[in-house]
Every structure is written in C-alpha cells, then in structure tokens.
Write a protein that binds this ligand. Structure first.
Ligand SMILES: Nc1nc2c(c(=O)[nH]1)N[C@H]1C(S)=C(S)[C@@H](COP(=O)(O)O)O[C@H]1N2
Ligand SMILES: [Mo]
Length: 161
C-alpha cells in the first residue's frame, strides 16, 4: 500500500481543542473495521465489558479547555487486547484510527502501540461507568500528556489500515 507522507499526523480532523459533545447514545457500541482482513465487527457494551480488563491507576488529562484534571483510575480493554481478541494481525498494521461520534479522531502507529501497550479503551472512571460528559467509551493514551488530542471521547469506530 502506498502511504502519503502525512499519514503520521495524530489528528484525523482539525480541531480547536474545545470538545463539542454530540448527542451520544446511552449504550455506546464500538465498531472495529479491519481493512487489512476486509471484515468488521460491532462490539456491544456487554461484549466490551466481557473482555479482559486492565486498570490504569493514576491518569491525568491535560485538557486545553480547563486545568489539568485527575488523577483518574480508568479501566477497560487495552487496544492491543481488543485487536487480538478480534483476530486482527497487529504485526501487519500501518496505523489504527480511532474516531468518535463527533468526528474527532487520533491515529496510533504500530511503534506507539509497541512502546505504550497500556493504550486503553476506557469503560470506567474511578470505578464508575464513564458518563456521557466524560466520553462513554474513551481512548486513553497515557504517554500523551500535553494536549489531550489522543484522549478521544465517545469512541465509535476503530479502523485498522
Ligand atoms: N470526541 C472527542 N474527544 C476529544 C475532544 C473532542 O473534541 N471530541 N477533544 C480533545 C481535547 S482537545 C481535549 S483538551 C480533551 C478534553 O477532555 P476533558 O474534557 O476530559 O478534559 O478531550 C479530547 N478528546
Ligand atoms: Mo486539547
């Protein structure tokens, strides 16, 4: 596959740092689209909750809209565990694109997945289900501590390229 020179940009769509909460459904599903294997699967909240759980004990969100918040205890499924559970070949990946209901997204490259295996699809915060305001299903990239551009709230699709 030919890759354009700018595919490494972490942000999928330009964004002014101010989240615009969309009308998110109370029971969010996450659809994994594996373009390499040409298949997709939609995970219900129950399926997501049944996957192996990982806890990240002390996370901070460096929001640009308000002061640093945290520490939070996020728990959920590691992105790597989700991909493996779905049978995706994580060694063949060019990048993973995680996109929200409001069209905000982040790209995670294979090197980043390797170096930060904690990258989490969080389902709970401080032992409570993530509320709508907190993002419902939220990508947590612990290594990104400056702008929160990868801390994608209201995750809807995860695409593998
Ligand atoms: N879906 C979605 N996620 C998002 C954003 C957004 O606009 N939409 N904004 C990002 C940015 S720029 C910031 S600073 C943080 C803010 O997160 P907080 O409200 O938990 O502080 O969310 C990040 N995640
Ligand atoms: Mo931000």
């Amino acid at each position: 596959m030919a890759l354009s020179a700018d595919w490494r940009h972490s942000q999928v769509h330009s964004h002014a740092h101010h989240p615009h909460p969309p009308p998110a459904p109370p029971n969010p599903t996450v659809t994994l689209v594996d373009h390499l294997a040409d298949r997709s699967h939609t995970f219900s909240p129950a399926e997501l909750a049944a996957l192996p759980v990982t806890v990240l004990a002390a996370c901070f969100i460096q929001s640009t809209g308000h002061p640093l918040s945290g520490p939070f205890r996020f728990s959920g499924v590691r992105l790597l565990d989700l991909l493996r559970h779905a049978g995706s070949d994580t060694t063949a990946l060019h990048w993973v694109e995680v996109v929200s209901i409001d069209g905000f997204g982040a790209r995670i490259g294979p090197a980043e997945l390797d170096s930060d295996p904690r990258i989490l699809l969080a389902l709970t915060i401080d032992d409570h289900p993530l509320a709508r305001d907190a993002g419902l299903v939220r990508l947590i990239v612990p290594s990104e501590t400056t702008e929160a551009l990868k801390q994608v709230k209201w995750v809807r699709t995860i695409e593998l390229f």
